[in-house]
Ligand binder design. Structure first.
Ligand code: AMP
Ligand code: MG
Length: 483
């Protein structure tokens, strides 16, 4: 699909040092397609610090809005929509692909890492199916705020480079303001990218993809088994880290599961307020497949799908089933180890033992029974306010005494806990409030949240209100994919 001819904007100063590798892969990997220009772009946010890290120059460009709306193409861009498939809620969908996203190209940042720059909400592509290729303001700002907060929390994640209003209306349940997000990722390779070629039996393409992914992400893992292991390790660490922050991705379909091990696709994601392992926010997750606690299981299921796709690369796939299965079956132990490390740090332990897992689980059970706030309880262990989160104080006091004796030999439990237990997380009700304001034309709450979540471990009295869990009438019952 050839888009309309895009103007070169006079005086455009922004320079992105593109170095495109995906566009050099064979034709079957993508469709070349340009963004569809929008009526009246206006800039909501531009992440200058990230732009600098990406090696982008000419940041005082007066036409950033046009550029990040897709109304003008920066020099060196090779726009395309990527092809992929994926299991959605356990059902294999043989063809998905970028239906509302366009990869502009890649840059190599000041850290030497190659990253994709992608517009999301930039119009239809050959993979749009019934969709309009657009995004509305809500999910764009949600992804902007939450992905940048995740980064500040130290979680591997895609980043947000810019957000632009399109000046156009998109129709969802009702007419809503349109927007485009510019997303940055170490790559957009997904488990589903491997699945599509494996399912089609296109082994040469699968091999090409494998070689590409190895070179880009895991140069030491030149064999499928080593590659699987490397991806599993990053995903195990990622999911354990999510859980240590009360984060629920919400739609861990294999097409939303990144090969690089970054958090990707902030749709119905949410941070939990009061602790319950079965917490689900996503309106489409009716059976809790992607609930808070299920994430540790579902990531293993997703890695089993990657393993299945990789089997086709083996000289004797039949014979490889057993060792690959054993590898996948070892993943829960990886996750448990990462979980223990993360939650150990949350209670001030530098070298937690399996016995400590029991101590942590006991606290979580008390929290669950009392519906204690996840973030404030753990941060309260640093501040001395954890007890305030409980009505059933006897149980907490008993736990606290045993915990105190356990950490008595620790060198710097407070330091560990302060770095593992954030003061601020992007709470759902704040995100919803920010989106409602932006829809009404007020971006101040967006900018305030961005400022606050840039230092989530700092205890800044100016943001004391953002620590507060939702009042009963503020509780967000469900989140939406926002497509
Ligand atoms: P997601 O829910 O973001 O993981 O998207 C799942 C699939 O639906 C992907 O192939 C998307 O490209 C596609 N999709 C989501 N929203 C739209 C839209 N508004 N227009 C076209 N395709 C879409
Ligand atoms: Mg997706």
């Amino acid at each position: 699909m050839a888009g309309p001819c895009l103007p070169y904007i006079k005086g455009m100063t922004l320079q992105i040092p593109f170095d495109n590798s995906y566009a050099a892969l064979p034709d079957g990997f993508f469709a070349r397609v340009k963004p569809e220009p929008v009526r009246a772009p206006s800039l909501i946010a531009f992440n200058e610090a990230l732009a600098r890290d990406l090696g982008i120059d000419g940041l005082d460009d007066p036409d950033l809005a046009a550029l990040f709306a897709g109304n003008a193409l920066p020099d060196g861009a090779a726009p395309l929509a990527q092809l992929y498939a994926g299991h959605q809620f356990g059902q294999y969908n043989p063809q998905l692909g970028d239906g509302r996203a366009i990869l502009l190209g890649e840059t190599i940042g000041t850290d030497g890492i190659r990253r994709d720059i992608q517009l999301k909400g930039s119009g239809r592509t050959p993979f749009s199916r019934m969709g309009d290729g657009r995004a509305w303001l809500g999910p764009v700002l949600r992804e902007y705020v939450v992905s940048e907060a995740m980064h500040a929390l130290g979680v591997p994640t895609t980043r947000a480079l810019a957000a632009v209003r399109t000046g156009e209306t998109v129709v969802r349940e009702r007419p809503l303001p349109g927007a485009v997000l510019t997303r940055v990722a170490q790559s957009h390779l997904r488990v589903g990218t491997f699945q599509i070629f494996a399912a089609r039996g296109d082994i040469p393409a699968l091999q090409t993809l494998f070689d590409y992914a190895v070179a880009r992400h895991y140069p030491d893992a030149t064999e499928p088994a080593a590659f699987l292991d490397a991806v599993m390790r990053r995903q195990a660490a990622l999911v354990a880290q999510w859980m240590s922050l009360g984060f629920i991705h919400g739609v861990m379909n294999t097409d939303n599961c990144s090969i690089s091990g970054e958090t990707i696709d902030y749709g119905p994601c949410a941070f939990m307020d009061s602790y319950h392992p079965e917490t689900v926010y996503s309106s489409i997750d009716r059976f809790g497949r992607y609930s808070y606690a299920a994430q540790a299981d579902i990531i293993v299921w997703n890695m089993a799908q990657l393993a299945t796709a990789l089997l086709s690369l083996m000289p004797d796939p039949e014979a490889a089933i057993e060792p690959f299965t054993a590898q996948v079956h070892a993943m829960p132990n990886l996750i448990r180890a990462e979980w223990l490390r993360r939650f150990g740090a949350k209670i001030g332990l530098s070298d937690p033992t399996p016995d400590d897992a029991t101590l942590i689980a006991e606290l979580l059970t008390l929290m669950q029974t009392d519906e204690a706030d996840f973030t404030n309880t753990f941060r309260g262990l640093v501040d001395g306010t954890a007890r305030d989160q409980f009505t059933e104080t006897a149980g907490f006091d008993d736990w606290h005494a045993r915990w105190q004796s356990r950490i008595s030999g620790e060198e710097d439990p407070k330091g560990l806990m302060s770095a593992a237990n954030p003061v601020l997380i992007p709470r759902n009700h704040r995100i919803e409030e920010m989106i409602a304001a932006a829809v009404a034309g007020d971006d101040a709450p967006f900018h305030r949240l961005m400022a606050a979540y840039a230092t989530p471990f700092a205890d800044d009295p100016a943001y004391a209100d953002l620590r507060r869990p939702p009042a009963p009438e503020e509780v967000v019952q469900a989140t939406f994919c926002g497509t």
